[in-house]
Write a protein of this length. Structure first.
Length: 294
């Protein structure tokens, strides 16, 4: 969930690629969906493909940005109704899957609660509005009165997936895409992991997959971190959570929820979602725990 930069188990943007090809890669860097973004691409025609990829990212921002009053998300939050684009509907479907797999720990309807905590509003009234089950997903998307959504816990991963698929469709077999979360074509890419308190923790090797990270302390909200339990049950259990998966969107959303879940709950979510490979958890003392699929 990123209004600024939520990723504190740092997946280094200056990733090292094992066995890199002699030709220098083409790179783009900038800000997308509130996070630092970078695309590293190997192969002929890379510059044109980067231009197309950045245009695709800007289109995703126009769908899911909370700060653009003309975005699909802003219009939905303002009116309570939306005839969604295919991309918007696809993200909703993935968000719903993670919500169900995590027992409600991932819930895009936390936006009123987030705003109440950030602005000193009525927290209990806002908490009462937090309920994904009251969002109707049909021909139109309909919110219950007073509800609003945020996709800051999944949209960066979704954008990463969209760009990766675009590059693959253009024939590229070697790329590292970071639109707030990382996904690789080919590899292996070695990515550095660090925790805000514990510092450097080691590396992860990524090949043809994604990795996403959440840290509640990356942004303070009221007296706590910015990752909120929509069920009102508990404060975050983990300093950071990193999820490796085939899909950056699912990894992004699950990493957010994992901060609020016990290991057994995480294992159940991993089993319920497709393509989840590994979860790395860091506790408040900087100790690592790794859960693998299967």
């Amino acid at each position: 969930m990123s209004l600024t930069r939520r990723r504190f188990l740092c997946i280094s943007a200056a990733a090292l690629c094992a066995g890199a090809s002699p030709a220098a890669p083409a790179r783009w860097g900038g800000i997308a969906l509130g996070a630092e973004a970078e695309i590293t691409l190997h192969g002929p025609g890379a510059e044109a493909a980067l231009t197309e990829a950045v245009a695709r990212v800007r289109g995703i921002e126009r769908a899911f940005s909370l700060y653009d009053p003309t975005s699909e998300l802003s219009r939905l939050n303002a009116s309570g109704r939306l005839a969604p684009s295919p991309a918007f509907r696809s993200l909703l479907t993935q968000a719903d899957a993670v919500h169900r797999a995590t027992g409600g720990a991932f819930d895009p309807s936390v936006q009123p609660l987030w705003q109440a905590l950030a602005r000193g509003g009525d927290v209990e009234a806002a908490r009462a509005l937090t309920d994904w089950e009251r969002v109707t997903i049909a021909q139109e998307i309909t919110l219950a009165p007073g509800q609003a959504l945020t996709f800051n816990g999944i949209a960066q991963g979704f954008a990463t997936d969209v760009v990766t698929a675009l590059l693959a469709s253009r024939g590229f077999g070697r790329a590292l895409v970071n639109i707030g979360e990382h996904r690789a074509l080919g590899g292996p890419w070695r990515l550095g992991l660090s925790d805000s308190a514990a510092g450097y923790l080691g590396t992860r090797t990524l090949a043809d997959g994604a990795i996403a990270t959440s840290s509640p302390a990356a942004l303070r909200l009221g007296t706590g971190g910015h990752i909120l339990d929509p069920r009102g049950r508990r404060a975050p259990l983990w300093s950071t959570a990193s999820v490796e998966a085939e899909s950056a969107a699912l990894a992004d959303a699950l990493s957010t929820a994992c901060c609020l879940l016990e290991p057994d709950e995480i294992r159940r979510a991993m089993a319920a979602l497709p393509g989840i490979r590994r979860v790395t958890l860091v506790d408040g003392e900087g100790r690592l725990r790794t859960l693998t699929a299967g």
